[in-house]
Design a protein around this ligand. Sequence first.
Ligand code: ATP
Ligand code: MG
Length: 386
Amino acid sequence: MTTMQFDAAFRVIDVLHEAGYDAVIVGGAVRDTLLGAPVHDVDVATSALPEQTKQLFDKTVDIGIEHGTVLVLDMDEPIEVTTFRTEGTYADHRRPETVDFVTNLAEDLRRRDFTINAMALRSKTDIVDLFGGQADLAAHIVRAVGDANERFAEDALRMLRAVRFSAKLNFDIEATTYAAITQHASDLRYIAIERIKAEFDQIVRSKHPYRAFRLLVDTGLANYVPGNFQHINAWQAFDAVNSLTGWALFSYVEQDVQLITKYRGSNKEQRFVKRVFAAIDALAALTPYALFEFDEAEWRAAVKIWNHVHDTTDDISRILAQKAALPIQQKSDIVVTGKQFLAWSGQKGGPWLKEALQQLLYGVLDGSINNDEHYIKGWFEREWKF
Ligand code: ATP
Ligand code: MG
């Protein structure tokens, strides 16, 4: 517990305590610290109302005032401070839009999803653990806080979150929690695809994705999200590291380049998946143009997926070395542009120009044209007679 974020969070907590409010670190940061795992975001929860928190610090930003969240910028690291809250009434199996602020930490912890996520740190040594979170961490169990059936009926996304944490931590889902997921799986259809996608972003890059895909199929959750989940064995022993590569594998396993689109992936994500599919196709006969066309991230994903699915050992470093050894790394490295073609030919632009530039690119890449103005002019005058 030595991160800058932790120090900053405890300094925020000290200020709140001195002003007479309760304040704690909550959620994922507590879980990950107890696990000895790296911590990303350190969230503070407090009995102070947002306006009261704002009065105690010099620099704050309202980042979700209606949900009670204020960003405190007084310390070296920005810290999110959220007022203790319960969630208003649930409708449509979705998280409610309204929240009710409360002054009691226990109420705030009770609305949290899993015991491992419902612990708080009031100081470095004072753990608030009302639901057996530490025991479940030790036993590697994801267990709903309170009545699992009620909790999943309130917010169906929690079922997918259970799968996500199971895949991230390599934990089992506790039996009654698991049974409740099978009961409520169909409620997932009420959840916006964007929220589902956010959970899948984490599932596909988790350390234990097969566990997640197995759970999705076995609980029935898979029936309510895009994909056919026919070949989930492909996820065994796959470590995508990043979610783009994870989405590319998911789409490749499903043989559906559109899968990422069905999850409303961004344009960047859709483009990445498409290009990784193309790079995989290009692996069969590596041309200089293919080496040039796909960037390092695309090659890494393509080779990783190909090797994984086909149990081969294509060497990414060899491919990247071949790519690095190409005569040019980008089009602008070619010493001649369309302007010179126009001047040399005295012609107007048109489809011929695009074609000539394309031939030039291929020629420079495969070494048949030297990347030298004099040489290229000679080539151009031989090949393009007007
Ligand atoms: P990660 O490190 O993956 O971000 P996290 O525990 O911080 O894990 P978040 O999704 O950031 O997960 O949520 C922060 C905390 O908010 C959770 O630990 C949990 O206590 C609570 N929480 C988040 N979403 C829900 C939900 N749908 N229902 C109940 N509690 C939730
Ligand atoms: Mg978090």
